[in-house]
Design a protein around this ligand. Structure first.
Ligand code: NDP
Length: 283
């Protein structure tokens, strides 16, 4: 009965949420998208393009960004530029935002999506890797957002931050990654309060994703996790719709929301269930 009621409530929420999304609002919207060369970021680029947005794409690999740019133009993007940048370098975020503002004349959306490579394995004591990952997955997000706040405020824009279930509920094999995603929630949820208190018209959407079928995620989790992966194109659309509808938190797939809401009710049971989805054979 409880599950049935939850399903009805979720259905109604999904209905109203979809209803508030107007694709027209994205026509001509100026978007800076990170991690745009592959995976969910690449799919977001194609959706924004087909909605008629003006886009600046960034990631490290120039040749791949060029290909994504060409496809975006074919799909109907009004303007597309790209800038190769490595977010492990602390000077890159500001440069990227300056480039985007100069090319597009301002920003309506900053979509923070990139992540650094990290192994999906037991903690091996590599503190230096955790420090590096914090730079790529967290500090560069803070620096990009900080550089973009003035233009977002001027244009009543939105910050869209892509996070993960492991940024709400810690799961095995993701120690450093999970830490970077929890840090994002702490920083951007606190910043959201402060923007409201200062009556600044910038909206922050935090996106909580489950396992998605990107090449990288499938390769890393193969044989280690027994969970079905959801399609990247659908995840990308959920993020874009949530950002455009100014939803505080997007959960994709939808049932993650209920997992997160109930996470502290039965901690022992929750942890047993979580561990049962992971394959761990001791060495
Ligand atoms: P991918 O690994 O497929 O893509 C990562 C993107 O980040 C690529 O465009 C890559 O391009 C770029 N990137 C990698 N390293 C750097 C760097 N040092 N500087 C700048 N850009 C970099 O990731 P996903 O699409 O799977 O993930 C996208 C988002 O979704 C992430 O925030 C992730 O945490 C989140 N997420 C994904 C899940 C999944 O199962 N896939 C689950 C939960 C959350 P390049 O190599 O050209 O630099």
């Amino acid at each position: 009965k409880v599950l049935c009621a939850a399903g009805i409530v979720a259905g109604l929420l999904a209905f109203f949420w979809k209803d508030t999304f107007d694709p027209e609002t994205l026509s001509g919207a100026r978007v800076l998208l990170t991690g745009a060369s592959a995976g969910i970021g690449e799919q977001m680029a194609y959706h924004y393009a087909s909605f008629g947005a003006e886009i600046v794409l960034t990631a490290r690999r120039e040749a791949v960004l060029q290909k994504v740019m060409k496809k975006c133009l074919k799909l109907g993007a009004k303007k597309v530029f790209y800038i190769p940048a490595d977010m492990s370098s602390s000077s890159e975020p500001e440069k990227v935002v300056q480039f985007a503002v100069q090319k597009l004349g301002g920003l309506d959306y900053l979509v923070l999506n990139h992540i650094g490579m990290t192994p999906f394995q037991m903690w091996d004591g590599d503190v230096e890797h955790t420090r590096w990952l914090m730079q790529v997955n967290f500090f560069s997000y803070v620096a990009l957002a900080t550089a973009a706040l003035p233009t977002l405020e001027e244009n009543k824009g939105s910050l869209v931050v892509v996070s993960s279930l492991t940024g709400k509920i810690p799961t095995p094999f993701t120690t450093s990654y999970s830490a970077t995603k929890f840090a994002l929630d702490g920083f951007f949820s606190s910043l959201r309060h402060e923007l409201t208190m200062q009556k600044k018209n910038i909206f922050i959407t935090l996106c909580i994703l489950g396992l998605i079928d990107t090449d990288m995620a499938l390769e890393k989790t193969r044989g280690k996790v027994y969970i079905a992966a959801s399609p990247a194109a659908e995840a990308a659309l959920a993020i874009i719709q949530g950002g455009a509808s100014r939803v505080q938190e997007v959960f994709y797939p939808w049932w993650l929301e209920y997992m997160c809401r109930f996470r502290d009710w039965f901690p022992n049971h929750r942890d047993q269930v979580l561990q049962s989805y992971y394959n761990y054979s001791s060495p």
